[in-house]
Ligand binder design. Structure first.
Ligand SMILES: Cc1cc2nc3c(=O)[nH]c(=O)nc-3n(C[C@H](O)[C@H](O)[C@H](O)COP(=O)(O)O)c2cc1C
Length: 384
């Protein structure tokens, strides 16, 4: 099924009054469900298999409680986050997620501009609907990172990463959890099997490398993400991390995304990764895993002290941010909320998303007696 494009998808067409109805991150999802066609909403919101991991991502946050601390000065509270020598306004970032133009005509440009205004890191997916260079031109001041998959064609992989570095992206996420794509049954039921024209995976100049045009166009799979599987290197091993690290300029940090065990975290660092990124891909890849937050302590313990540990999957509240940082994260990402806020309010929706997360984080920090991120130590949380 080719979806009709959503009727009014630009910020100028949306009523800003809608944003007045948004008071927390989940409000965006509730409102997005009303404005998006059902198959598109379900493509964005669903998880793989029985959606156990999707649910666990949220449930994991509920298994920890915060420990309030009183009468600690928080008048000069700061959420400033240092990451690889760069200062960010907030320890929250935009996870790299493809296809933003499904919900807004400005696509990744809108999200990147909003991230620039918020002073947060923007991750651009290799499978974006606006290309590397156009997003850079739209948001030159934003702190942009590029997310790469390992293509069968290593030269093409490197070409994409080099384009990103040339366009001013300041770091690379290498996603390693997608050697196959998790199967979202809802897309099969909805027959959501192709990107609606005229959208394309814009970073591939023509036909994606390593796959014939006929195979790419055949779209023989039951969910369109699965069409991408033919591109990916299923024979890759950890040597691929060493390879990419050696090809990259030392000034560009390389963070391995999709690490869920201490073993893989140690391997990532041993093969040259500058940081690790705990993620279940938002519950869209392997089902029946731990929620990402439950895997965080094991991962944080497995890497040398000082190694940045990022996390996403299920982050929706400022209290989630504080819990993750207390358990060892340096910063946390949001994925689905980007789509839902874009769908509801366009670029202004994404502004509001980060405003909400910033304010909630400040309140949670103040009430746990933390004036800076460095104050968010392990004793801020306990098992519930
Ligand atoms: C529609 C969609 C597309 C995504 N595309 C990518 C992608 O291209 N590359 C990637 O590494 N992760 C991708 N992700 C996963 C996100 O980077 C992130 O790990 C996940 O959304 C975080 O969980 P959350 O949605 O619960 O916040 C995608 C997620 C969604 C919802």
């Amino acid at each position: 099924m080719l979806l009709r494009r959503v009727v009014t998808r630009t910020a100028s067409h949306r009523s800003l009054a809608t944003l007045d109805a948004v008071h927390n991150v989940d409000d965006f999802q509730r409102l997005a469900k009303d404005v998006l066609e059902r198959p598109l909403y379900e493509y964005l919101a669903s998880g793989s298999g029985d959606e156990v991991t999707l649910r666990e991502n949220r449930a994991a946050f509920g298994r920890y409680a915060l420990r309030p601390r009183a009468l600690r000065p928080v008048d000069a509270l700061s959420t400033t986050c240092e990451l690889f020598g760069n200062e960010l306004a907030l320890p929250v970032f935009a996870s790299p997620a493809g296809v933003h133009s499904l919900v807004d005509d400005e696509g990744e440009c809108a999200t990147a501009r909003a991230c620039g205004r918020a002073g947060v890191l923007f991750g651009l997916s290799q499978h974006a609907t606006v290309c590397i260079e156009d997003v850079a031109a739209a948001a030159p001041g934003a702190h942009r990172w590029f997310q790469s998959y390992l293509l069968k064609d290593r030269a093409a992989t490197l070409d994409l990463v080099r384009r990103a570095v040339a366009a001013g992206y300041r770091g690379v996420f290498l996603t390693v959890d997608s050697v196959r794509f998790g199967f979202r049954e809802v897309d099969a039921r909805n027959n959501f099997c192709a990107l609606p024209p005229p959208l394309t995976l814009a970073n591939y100049v023509a036909t994606p490398p390593g796959i014939g045009a006929a195979a790419w166009e055949a779209r023989e799979h039951r969910a369109w993400d699965q069409n991408s599987e033919a591109l990916f290197d299923t024979a890759a091993s950890w040597d691929a991390v060493s390879w990419l690290r050696e090809e990259l300029d030392p000034s560009i940090p390389l963070v391995v995304k999709g690490v869920m065990t201490g073993e893989d975290a140690a391997l990532a660092v041993a093969h040259g990764a500058d940081g690790v990124y705990v993620s279940t891909h938002g519950g869209r890849q392997l089902d029946e895993t731990l929620g990402a937050l439950d895997a965080l302590p094991e991962v944080a313990a497995a890497v040398p002290p000082g190694t940045p540990v990022l996390l996403d999957s299920g982050v929706r509240r400022g209290t989630d941010v504080v819990k993750a940082l207390a358990l060892g994260a340096t910063a946390v990402g949001v994925g689905k909320p980007l789509f839902f806020s874009l769908a509801v309010g366009g670029e202004r929706g994404v502004d509001k998303l980060f405003e909400i997360l910033a304010e909630e984080t400040r309140v949670a920090m103040a009430l746990t007696g933390c004036a800076s991120l460095a104050d968010i130590s392990a004793d801020v949380v306990c098992a519930r």
